[in-house]
Design a protein around this ligand. Structure first.
Ligand SMILES: Cc1ncc(COP(=O)(O)O)c(C=O)c1O
Length: 388
């Protein structure tokens, strides 16, 4: 059994998470975890390095079949290996899709609050962003989100694509079958393809179950580009490997043509790691990881409930990200700035996920219990100092 309470020191590496702020700041922001990757992936990478030649590599048929078998084994989703296209990242994948499907007149739709990079496609690809906010519901100190069908219907009219985050970063939600079906129907009625970012699909907490959107029906499959990667669950995002599953032949041709020469190639270590992960050899490690993350989630929710009066929290079904609502507290201004200066803890700034979330912050609990508790203790102390 892997002990996830032992985390390597990353301060002296090039880690973005651990070097972006001064050394007295505890980083709990960027979505990468503090754990070593699974041994089976490290062994596969060692083998590749020990061979000594690091030339160009291409994923052969067997590689695409591994992806296809993984989708079948986990979800019963029959993916033809020919539908799979590699990309050097999920962000890259939806930006390519945006270039193919959108224009200065046909924007893309997102559901806020949502992963900060989703907002960036507007500037990076030069297409307008349309926002369909999720509906926020609160009960006691818990906050959860639901799809607002009317907002989605309004936003998708005349849009080029709907960029869905499933499971959802930062709110940790796995959309129900009914919600997925309703969203897909709205998009099909409006002839708007869906790009479903499912990068967090294998980071399931408690007894949560996940279904890819495209696996719900042939009609939905034909209208969906699914983006998947081993990078989040196996903690290898630095290897830059992901893939798009594009069942619709016409869409696939256009996606492939847009990627060619720009971003089709993937790093060979990325291919090696993906192959090891998707062939199921890291599954025991993944089960241990889920147990650790579930316990950290429960610790976080319990801590907030007991020691952080007036702070609301999500109880995520998936991801290692908590979403905290400080709007009912005495913190004046940005909670991100407050905790950075008063607690020396770097969270992710809520307003980057949507303009309505300035009073929120995202916390990364993909770390040891010791680091999680240290961060929460510092935050609690800083809040106590202003509440008296
Ligand atoms: C929802 C979501 N999509 C995409 C990414 C980035 O993926 P990649 O590194 O493969 O571009 C992240 C990283 O945090 C994410 O949370």
């Amino acid at each position: 059994m892997t002990n996830f309470n032992i985390t390597p020191n990353r301060r002296k590496t090039l880690s973005l998470k651990w070097t972006a702020y001064d050394s007295d700041i505890l980083p709990m922001w960027l979505a990468d975890m503090d754990f070593s990757a699974p041994k089976v992936i490290l062994n596969a990478l060692h083998k590749q390095v020990d061979h000594g030649v690091l030339g160009y590599e291409i994923p052969g048929r067997a590689f695409y079949e591994v992806v296809s078998r993984r989708m079948d084994a986990l979800y019963g989703w029959k993916v033809d290996p020919d539908w799979v296209i590699y990309t050097p990242g999920v962000n890259n994948g939806y930006n390519i899709a945006a270039r193919v499907l959108c224009s200065s007149r046909k924007g893309y739709v997102i559901q806020t609050p949502v992963y900060n990079e989703f907002h960036e496609a507007e500037g990076k690809v030069g297409i307008p962003k349309r926002v369909a906010p999720l509906a926020m519901l609160t009960k006691g100190n818990r906050v959860r989100y639901e799809v607002d069908d009317d907002a989605l219907k309004k936003a998708v009219k005349g849009a080029g694509m709907f960029l869905l985050c499933h499971p959802h970063n930062p709110v940790g939600k796995i959309f129900s079958r009914a919600e997925l079906t309703r969203m897909a129907t709205i998009c099909i009625e409006n002839k708007v393809p869906i790009v479903s970012d499912e990068i967090h699909a294998e980071i399931l907490l408690g007894g949560a179950k996940f279904k890819p959107l495209a696996s719900l029906s042939k009609e939905i499959e034909n209208n969906t580009i699914t983006l998947v990667s081993a990078s989040k669950a196996c903690n290898v995002p630095g290897l830059s490997a992901a893939f798009a599953i594009v069942p619709n032949e016409e869409l696939r041709k256009r996606f492939f043509a847009a990627a060619l020469g720009m971003s089709y190639e993937v790093s060979s270590p990325g291919l090696t790691a993906t192959h090891a992960a998707f062939s199921g050899r890291a599954d025991a490690w993944l089960n241990d990881l889920r147990r650790h993350l579930t316990a950290n989630r429960d610790f976080l929710v319990d801590y907030v409930t007991r020691f952080m009066p007036n702070v609301r929290t999500t109880v995520p079904d998936a991801t290692y990200l908590g979403w905290l609502d400080f709007t009912q507290t005495a913190i004046y201004g940005s909670p991100f700035e407050f905790f950075l200066s008063k607690a020396k803890v770097a969270l992710s700034d809520g307003k980057k996920f949507g303009s309505q979330s300035a009073g929120f912050a995202r916390i990364n609990f993909g770390t040891s219990r010791k680091i999680l508790k240290e961060g929460l203790d510092k935050m609690r102390k800083a809040m106590f100092s202003i509440q008296g």
